[in-house]
Design a protein around this ligand. Structure first.
Ligand code: B16
Ligand code: MG
Length: 218
């Protein structure tokens, strides 16, 4: 019996990946590096500081900056990113998401968020989605980031369900791996080339139904 759904944020509820990419690319350019869209794919679901480390490593610059300078670089990137976030509203919620959240509520299925982003509560607020989420686990609440399952395990614990009673919706390979490692049912949002290990792969939450949800653990 499925009792809860736990959603990733970026790439599942909203498409903030394009804003992360613009802000990281600007930072990369400032320190003499480039960042392609393909490279950006590897950054999805990765925490802020780990993302910086990956970008620096690409240019062999990981030892060029002190820990304090690295914090300052991530703060600069986040300030640019927040410039996009403050302009977001309910129109940025991906197709079908709000309808499906309402369906879950109407059928007493608990709803949680499991995101690597420290900005997750703010994004839920500006898009009007906060009211649907009983538990929000964001990047500030975990010690180990995805692919470690901590994010989703804390989500399940907060909702009072077992991983085997919950479905995780994820768009990134690292996030999907985190959910699988935690023993959850999984829905991959995106391409089956990247997310083929999920129990079900869909183009978007718009393609999810209550029937599909309940047939996952038959
Ligand atoms: P922040 P998700 C992740 O969100 C993004 O996919 C990733 O690109 C970002 O670096 C990470 O959040 C941290 O975000 O800088 O806002 O704390 O996909 O786990 O919802
Ligand atoms: Mg994501």
């Amino acid at each position: 019996m499925i009792k809860a759904c736990i959603f990733d944020l970026d790439g599942v509820i909203v498409d903030t990946a394009k804003y992360h990419y613009t802000a990281w690319k600007r930072l990369a350019n400032e320190i003499g590096l480039d960042l392609t869209l393909e490279e950006n794919e590897q950054l999805k679901g990765v925490s802020r500081m780990q993302t910086l480390e990956i970008i620096l490593k690409k240019g062999n610059l990981q030892d060029k900056f002190t820990p304090e300078e690295k914090v300052a670089l991530t703060t600069r990137k986040n300030d640019w990113y927040l410039g996009f976030v403050v302009k977001m509203d309910e129109n940025e919620v991906l197709e079908g998401v709000e309808d499906f959240l309402k369906t879950l509520q109407n059928n007493n299925i608990k709803i949680g968020l499991g995101s690597a982003s420290k900005n997750a509560p703010k994004i839920l607020e500006v898009t009007g989605m906060a009211k649907y989420f009983e538990v929000v686990i964001d990047g500030g609440k975990v010690k180990k980031s995805k692919p470690d399952p901590e994010t989703f395990l804390l989500g399940a614990e907060g909702l009072g369900v077992l991983p085997s009673e919950a479905v995780v919706f994820e768009d990134s390979y690292k996030g999907l791996t985190a959910a699988i490692n935690g023993g959850f049912y999984t829905v991959g949002i995106g391409s089956s080339e990247i997310l083929g290990e999920a129990h079900l792969v869909l183009d978007g939450v718009k393609d999810m139904t209550l029937d599909k949800l309940h047939s996952m653990n038959i």
